[in-house]
Design a protein around this ligand. Sequence first.
Ligand SMILES: [Fe+2]
Ligand SMILES: [Fe+2]
Length: 241
Amino acid sequence: MITNRDTGTRIDEIAAGIFRISTPVSAIPGGFTYNQYLLVDEEPLLFHTGPRRMFPLVRGAIETVLPIERLRHVSFSHYEADECGALNEFLATAPHAAPLCGFVAAVVSVTDIADRPPRVMADGESVSLGRHAVRWFDTPHLPHAWECGFLFEETTRTLLCGDLFTQGGAEHPPLTGADILDSSEAFRKQMDYYSHTRNAPGMIERLAATGPRTLACMHGAAWEGDGAGLLRALGARLDQG
Ligand SMILES: [Fe+2]
Ligand SMILES: [Fe+2]
């Protein structure tokens, strides 16, 4: 469903109670998208805020599903503007919300920058939202940023996989079963955004072992299928450089 005709911002349910909010942008040649994911539950969670200037668009999309004041958790993979630039705008608008992040993000940035203290998740820790439960995985430098990590939603087996499988272009279906590996690898070759950490194989295997059915990508389409297989295929490509 389109929620803003001028920008093309839209919101779509991609798994039970998990909504993808997506806005096309022209900042990168060939077009690009910024996605946020809203988990609707007793304690609603937003994964990624979008850049600060996009706050009205993301807010407008959320409010087609629930009142923004109900948000309880504002989480993100790592500390960059597209991941958490509007964090304080959300904290100001949702009085019961707090940042939810890993230890490194909290210590290095969020404790200082955010207007309310974060709830810090240890590696492997799970938090119940009501019907859903999210587990945090530390993935330092995969694909980039020391504080990087991902959330895995256990009941729908959805991996909120941040910048992994980033696809260029501004027009994508909300959810696809078609291949996203080739297009994301083409984008990686164009915009080398990976750190090339030597620890990638172990971290990718750990994510694959969760057996995700849906990969909630931050840029491009979300994907459904054999997530473990696709993660291992990514790992094999990374091995090749
Ligand atoms: Fe990033
Ligand atoms: Fe990103």
